[in-house]
Design a protein around this ligand. Structure first.
Ligand SMILES: [Zn+2]
Length: 366
């Protein structure tokens, strides 16, 4: 077995793991875990590895994740900086987290990883497992997009199909009980949060110096990672301004809005297109609400109609993204219209996933 020392701890009950153990959630109380390590600013090289000094582990292999472009657009007088996360190796920001999570599985001596997902995470997890010559089993509902299933298979993953998404969650827990299987559990995993801090670091190094950060919230890994990353930059004295986190959720999966504002949003229509943010019960919901309160942030709810309009605009800019990614532009438009974002503001908006994986759907929508 390779040498590795990643200590997980539970902020809720104080549980602490030994460095050679892996837990996908707290074995005592079931809460999401954090990783304990000393973090400092010593950037060197390119990609995710550039920030090795502020990450809990350095994976031995890479597919070239990170170092995504930041492009600038003048949108109705607002400077929008789009971080092109869909240009990561498997076409989504999830590659940053998978690089750490699967790297850890390999270092701990696992030979098989298991995950339940119908989306980008399955493709990403499979690609990194294959990089290390490890087996991957992805549990997904029968109705998961054909293109995504095909990619998981092509990358060497095994698919177990279940009737519903809920059945997939039950099936994967059965697999997770086998000690030979490493359950990635990206909605719980602190590694997916830690890895997305690097999006904030990169954006700052590439010239983002505004204070508004808009992120779609599914399980919240991206949102929380960006929040942590900007807090680090402030703590290290690299940036001197505070950031404001804006969370975007779809009208069909509302979780944050009532927690922040107490009522229901005034919106009609579904949001079935933004499949990436349809996570009904994110394990880190309380942390997301805390981050919103801490940064005096906002929640914006968007519908399919708004997503389609925003998606059309993004394609006209030459940005080949999936519908979930378009939620940030849909939210930005609403914030400009309501006067919450004004001319001269500078906004960071990560574009999370590639449209190339679902071009059939994109063709239908556009
Ligand atoms: Zn605990």
């Amino acid at each position: 077995m390779k040498k590795v020392n990643v200590v997980f701890y539970c902020p809720s009950c104080g549980f602490r793991s030994r460095g050679s153990e892996y837990y996908w959630r707290c074995p005592k109380c079931g809460s999401p875990l954090e990783v304990e390590y000393a973090s400092e600013w010593k950037p060197s090289g390119v990609g995710l590895k550039r920030y090795a000094s502020s990450l809990p582990l350095t994976p031995p292999k890479s597919l070239g994740e990170g170092s995504t472009p930041l492009i600038e657009l003048d949108y109705r007088g607002v400077t929008v900086k789009f971080k092109l996360e869909y240009l990561n190796p498997t076409g989504s920001f999830k590659d940053r987290g998978s690089s750490l999570a699967i790297g850890l599985a390999y270092l701990l001596g696992y030979r098989r990883v298991v995950e339940d997902t119908s989306g980008n995470t399955g493709i990403s997890v499979t690609a990194y497992a294959s990089l290390y010559n490890m087996e991957s089993i992805i549990v997904m509902p029968q109705y998961a997009p054909k293109g995504k299933k095909a990619l998981v298979k092509a990358l060497g993953g095994k698919i177990i199909e279940t009737p519903t998404r809920g059945d997939a969650a039950v099936k994967v827990l059965e697999l997770a009980r086998d000690n030979a299987n490493y359950y990635v559990a990206h909605t719980y995993s602190p590694l997916y949060v830690e890895a997305t801090k690097t999006i904030a670091y990169e954006a700052w190094e590439q010239g983002f110096n505004g204070d508004i950060v808009i992120a779609p919230v599914g399980s919240g890994g991206l949102f929380l990672g960006l929040h942590k990353g900007f807090k680090d930059l402030l703590k290290w004295g690299l940036r001197n301004r505070r950031h404001v986190m804006i969370a975007v959720e779809g009208s069909s999966t509302i979780r944050l809005y009532p927690r922040l504002y107490g009522g229901k949003p005034n919106i009609t229509g579904e949001s079935k297109l933004a499949d990436g943010i349809m996570v009904p019960k994110p394990p880190r919901l309380n942390e997301i609400v805390e981050a919103l309160k801490e940064t005096r942030g906002k929640v914006v709810v968007v519908s399919d109609k708004e997503i389609v309009e925003a998606l059309k605009e993004l394609y006209m800019y030459g940005l080949i993204v999936e519908p979930t990614s378009a939620t940030v532009l849909a939210a930005l438009k609403k914030l400009i219209e309501s006067g919450n974002i004004a001319r001269g503001n500078e906004v960071l908006a990560p574009l999370t996933g590639s449209g190339l994986k679902m071009i059939d759907l994109i063709e239908k929508i556009l």
